[in-house]
Write a protein that binds this ligand. Structure first.
Ligand code: CO
Length: 334
């Protein structure tokens, strides 16, 4: 019997978060301009960051959309604008607590909503402590941004946190964020269209060439958003560079990049069956699972559409992508 369809990549924005300057200190925090019962705007200072609808905060709306899309379970992760890795750690600890607790209020409405927390990753000790607190309170895993300022995923502190995730059995969803801007990138959503895939590509490379996969336990469960960005398409280029310019490219890695493809998963939100096929061919059918980026406009609706429509998948493979791989990622049997 086919298992539950799981969407591993969705976000929430809770409604009614407190004044973050008063709660956490600091200035320039995001705030929510509520425009109507079902519409709001995430504001950063006086700038409109992103319009959102009730599906961002309302469990009933989410569940109705899941029913319409044939999704049984959603992993509900933070929206990266709240990560706050660039702030003093004590502020990031407080804001993480605020949003992690509000996430549980949403996901408590249904066992089909599985909460992932955020952590103050700029302070690895505090990040481990917040993860432990969240797991004890009912969170099932953690979403992290793909870098902390100039520190990538091979940073010693981040590696310590990843080790801790492996020890406590917490799945880690890595989401690109904080993409570089500038005149060439601040047009056409270029930071999302080219910046995000490049960020994710770089972070997978950092895990490989920084020797992280050689250091952390193989039990660490990692998933990268957006099909692993541009990494899977360019794996051959990375392998070639590792071999032919090993003097600069090998870094701390013991093996070429293709050696490590079994060590992480990616979601399926690539829209094009040809792209999905590349993911399955390059990474393997155990490493790809449905993610939609719900409820944002660059996400896939109905969630899982490309997996349902991919005619090259056999029934068993499709079930892995829709269900089995995500259940393994989450450490669940059903
Ligand atoms: Co996303």
């Amino acid at each position: 019997m086919a298992g539950p369809v799981v969407d591993v990549h969705t976000h929430l924005v809770p409604k009614g978060w407190p004044d973050l300057a008063a709660r956490c200190g600091g200035t320039g925090w995001p705030w929510l301009r509520v425009d109507s019962e079902r519409a709001a705007m995430i504001m950063v200072g006086e700038t409109e960051f992103r319009p959102i609808g009730a599906e961002a905060w309302d469990a009933g709306t989410r569940l109705a959309d899941m029913d319409a899309d044939g999704v049984d379970v959603q992993v509900v992760s933070p929206t990266p604008v709240f990560f706050s890795y660039d702030r003093p750690a004590d502020q990031a600890v407080k804001v993480a607590r605020v949003f992690n607790d509000l996430t549980l209020e949403l996901t408590a409405k249904s066992d089909r909503l599985v909460p992932f927390c955020q952590v103050p990753l700029q302070d690895p000790e505090a990040a481990c402590a917040e993860l432990d607190r969240c797991l004890a309170d009912g969170h099932a895993g953690v979403e992290i941004g793909n870098h902390v300022g100039d520190r990538d995923l091979d940073d010693a502190g981040v590696v310590m946190f990843l080790r801790h995730c492996a020890e406590v059995g917490a799945p880690v969803f890595v989401h690109p964020w904080d993409m570089p801007g500038g005149p060439r990138l601040d047009r056409w959503m270029a930071r999302w269209l080219t910046g995000m895939p490049a960020e994710t590509h770089l972070s997978v490379l950092a895990l490989v060439l920084g020797g992280v996969f050689d250091q952390v336990p193989e039990t660490l469960r990692l998933c990268f958003a957006h099909g692993g960005g541009s990494f899977p398409f360019w794996l051959g280029r990375a392998d070639n560079a590792w071999r032919r310019r090993g003097d600069v490219v090998r870094g701390r890695s013991a093996h070429p990049p293709s050696h490590y493809v079994g060590r992480f998963s990616v979601d399926s939100v690539v829209f094009d069956p040809a792209a999905l096929r590349l993911l399955v061919d390059v990474l393997g059918d155990d490493q790809v699972m449905v993610g939609s980026d719900y409820p944002y406009p660059l996400g896939e609706r109905p969630a899982g559409r490309v997996v349902h429509e991919a005619d090259f998948l056999g029934a068993e493979q499709r079930d892995k992508l829709l269900s089995g791989n995500a259940l393994r990622f989450l450490g669940r049997t059903r």
